[in-house]
Design a binder for this molecule. Structure first.
Ligand SMILES: Cc1cc2nc3c(=O)[nH]c(=O)nc-3n(C[C@H](O)[C@H](O)[C@H](O)COP(=O)(O)OP(=O)(O)OC[C@H]3O[C@@H](n4cnc5c(N)ncnc54)[C@H](O)[C@@H]3O)c2cc1C
Length: 429
């Protein structure tokens, strides 16, 4: 069944199901969410990105505004809203039990399209899932509408999470942990009220790592880190000096932090893919609009076969990425969290790599099509310029490209071994 086209009619500016073509994945509640978030972001934020960039921050009160609009719980939810959170506002008339991974996808897609607004939620996106899955009821109830961030990476270890050095030592009374160490490149760290932090509570390696929810207590300091993508993500260098954290802020148990971090990566990587997809579509939309009106050498750009070839190249990569993403979102929705991580951890890693590769390709092509406008922060090329600065942020954070390619292949080989064993066991029956 086809439906009325929604959004831009420019080719590839919207996912195919927006254009009215059928899809097995999307139902009425997905369409309602899309309409709601697009209207809301356009009404409140569509013209704000440049002003926020200029000022170097999204105003603090916007977070509260988003909390009041019922957004936070949905952003934190991932593919399901836990029962503890179901009493929070549910948007667009969607029931908590209806919420699925495609709602998560649409919410992100539309927030990213909304400009700089998405940047204030990154900490929540990456920090909330371990709380949702593993924290006590009391901690779960505490986090809204606080701002949280995820603090794993340290100056001396990023990809190699097993070797992190920030320590959390239980005080003799057992009531508190004393935390010392530093974390680097922490998104939303400058504005965060809480730092979901990977700390060493035990011996070396993965088994000694735990997760601790650290409030902004005395001894916590944050300072800004400047990156090319701009200041809106409030990137921070975080220092913990003898910070006394209640022992009850431990996420589940000591030694479970490494596994919690790894499970969390699946959603973080998927979210980066959602971000890449909308960045590509927005860039293609603006480049195509420009190509349809800009005249060079007596013809519009879009009349040049080489320019059309560029759009064809971008379209097949973006639509391929969209289809693979939808398949992974569907599969994760059908599986438990544990099975999803086991079967799709490697796949999600490779999908995230592909998002970076496609994003880089699209950004480069769109910058060329826009000409000088593609390097200019204002005017018709502004969104292409912004996306081209964002692309490295799709490639390194959340697991760097080289590391994830290797992980994806190792995971596939691991699954092959398990499948071969199972087959052998069956044939021996
Ligand atoms: C904008 C931004 C936002 C971020 N947000 C957060 C956040 O919110 N929270 C957080 O905890 N961290 C965050 N990070 C940190 C990010 O996750 C790390 O930068 C990333 O994991 C890489 O770690 P690293 O920088 O220490 O690089 P390293 O681990 O030193 O690696 C450097 C390079 O070496 C290569 N490499 C390393 N290991 C291997 C291997 N085994 N095989 C092949 N090649 C390898 C890769 O090319 C890699 O890019 C952020 C980083 C950036 C830039």
């Amino acid at each position: 069944m086809t439906t009325a086209p929604y959004g831009s009619t420019i080719p590839w500016a919207e996912p195919s199901w927006y254009t009215g073509r059928p899809s097995p994945y999307y139902k009425d509640s997905h369409r309602r969410l899309r309409d709601h978030v697009r209207k809301w972001t356009e009404e409140h934020f569509s013209d704000k990105a440049a002003e926020w960039e200029e000022n170097g921050a999204v105003p603090q009160e916007i977070y509260q505004q988003c909390a009041e609009a019922g957004l936070l719980v949905h952003i934190a939810a991932g593919k399901a809203i836990p029962k503890e959170w179901s009493s929070y506002l549910v948007i667009a008339g969607i029931k908590a039990e209806e919420w699925d991974g495609f709602h998560d996808f649409i919410l992100w897609d539309e927030l990213v399209r909304g400009g700089g607004i998405a940047s204030i939620f990154i900490g929540l996106v990456v920090g909330a899932p371990p709380i949702r899955q593993f924290a006590s009821e009391a901690l779960k109830a505490e986090i809204f509408p606080q701002k949280i961030c995820l603090a794993i990476t340290e100056p001396s270890c990023g990809s190699d999470v097993r070797n992190l050095t920030t320590t959390a030592t239980l005080t003799p009374s057992g009531t508190h942990y004393l935390v010392n160490g530093a974390k680097k490149w922490i998104t939303n760290g400058l504005s965060a009220d809480y730092f979901l932090t990977a700390v060493r509570t035990g011996g070396p390696g993965a088994a000694g790592i735990s997760m601790l929810l650290i409030p902004r207590l005395p001894g916590v300091t944050t300072r800004p880190l400047a990156i090319g993508a701009g200041k809106l993500a409030a990137l921070a260098y975080v220092t913990f000096e003898d910070v006394e954290v209640p022992a009850s802020n431990l996420i589940r148990e000591e030694g479970a932090g490494f596994r919690q971090t790894m499970v969390n990566f699946n959603h973080e990587r998927l979210w980066i893919v959602f971000q890449a997809l909308r960045g590509c579509r927005v860039s293609m939309q603006d480049a195509m609009a420009w190509a349809q009106k800009r005249e060079v050498f007596g013809a519009r750009l879009v009349e040049q076969p080489v320019v059309r070839w560029k759009f064809g190249g971008m379209a097949r990569r973006v639509e391929g990425l969209q289809a693979w993403t939808e398949q992974v979102v569907y599969e994760l929705g059908e599986l438990s969290e544990g099975e999803g991580a086991r079967l799709l951890g490697g796949v999600t890693a490779l999908l995230k790599v592909e998002a970076g590769v496609v994003g880089r390709y699209v950004a480069d092509e769109c910058v060329k099509i826009m000409g000088g406008l593609g390097l200019t922060k204002t005017g018709q090329g502004a969104r292409v310029e912004a996306f081209s600065r964002t692309v490295p942020g799709l490639i390194v954070p959340g697991g760097s490209e080289d590391v994830l390619i290797d992980l994806g292949v190792r995971e596939a080989l691991k699954l092959q071994k398990i499948a071969d064993k199972a087959k052998l066991a069956k044939s021996n029956l």
